[in-house]
Design a protein around this ligand. Structure first.
Ligand SMILES: O=P(O)(O)OC[C@H]1O[C@H](OP(=O)(O)OP(=O)(O)O)[C@H](O)[C@@H]1O
Ligand SMILES: O=c1cc[nH]c(=O)[nH]1
Ligand SMILES: [Mg+2]
Length: 206
């Protein structure tokens, strides 16, 4: 868990029901920068000589930049910030919409490299509620050969964390907070509402 005063203040802005869509997106962008910074702490690096105006120094770069995978829609609000910190990365996309009645994820888009063997993957989705959506997404990645998967969330519910842990899928979770529970509509409590709607507005589901 990323436990930092600045991360907490951005999360507080996102929770506040008075925060409008623009300010919500701005807080999510900034919080994502912090989450990526923390998640990248364990990324493998390699060194190489770099010439300064004075002498040669030892430079450092990521040995294997990760594939970024925002889960549409809500994960889109994390994509730009993640790519700004990891400009060498490529991006794939997964589109999932949770059914309002069954709470099962419905996949409507998938744009991923065919072979992910040897490629670290950073999944971006602000919300881990029941865990159905992220389990579906990570399974897609594992089916393509990914073994090094980090999931970046803003808020996680205990039920979702447990579901991912019990799935047996290889992944590491980085989150800004773990909330109490889910309500009868499977929303995180106290949570922040619907992270997609709060960024992009409500829309009729097709
Ligand atoms: O853990 P779960 O119970 O599966 O719920 C979490 C999912 O719900 C939200 O997406 P949503 O389905 O609302 O789609 P949206 O991003 O288009 O709003 C969120 O971004 C996750 O993907
Ligand atoms: O609380 C929740 C649960 C699922 N998806 C959201 O956007 N928010
Ligand atoms: Mg939503």
């Amino acid at each position: 868990m990323v436990d930092h005063p600045l991360a907490k203040s951005r999360l507080t802005a996102m929770r506040d029901e008075r925060t409008d869509n623009g300010a919500f997106r701005a807080a999510l962008h900034e919080l994502t920068t912090m989450l990526v910074y923390e998640a990248a702490r364990s990324f493998a690096t390699e060194t190489f000589p770099v010439r300064t105006p004075v002498a040669v120094a030892e430079g450092t770069r990521l040995a294997n930049p990760p594939l970024l995978v925002p889960v549409l829609r809500a994960g889109l609000g994390m994509a730009d910030s993640a790519l700004a910190l990891l400009p060498e990365s490529s991006m794939g996309f997964v589109g999932l919409a949770r059914d309002e009645h069954t709470f099962q994820p419905r996949a409507y888009m998938e744009s991923l490299p065919r072979d992910l063997a040897g490629i670290p993957v950073l999944v971006l989705d602000p919300m881990l509620a029941t865990g159905g959506s992220l389990e579906h997404c990570v399974r897609l990645l594992v089916d393509r050969g990914a073994t090094d998967i980090t999931v970046l969330c803003v808020l996680a519910a205990p039920a979702g964390i447990e579901r991912l842990a019990n799935s047996g899928l290889p992944m590491r979770l980085v989150t800004a907070a773990i909330d109490q529970e889910l309500n009868e509509r499977m929303f995180i409590v106290p949570g922040l509402g619907d992270a997609g709607d709060r960024q992009f507005g409500g829309m009729p589901r097709f």
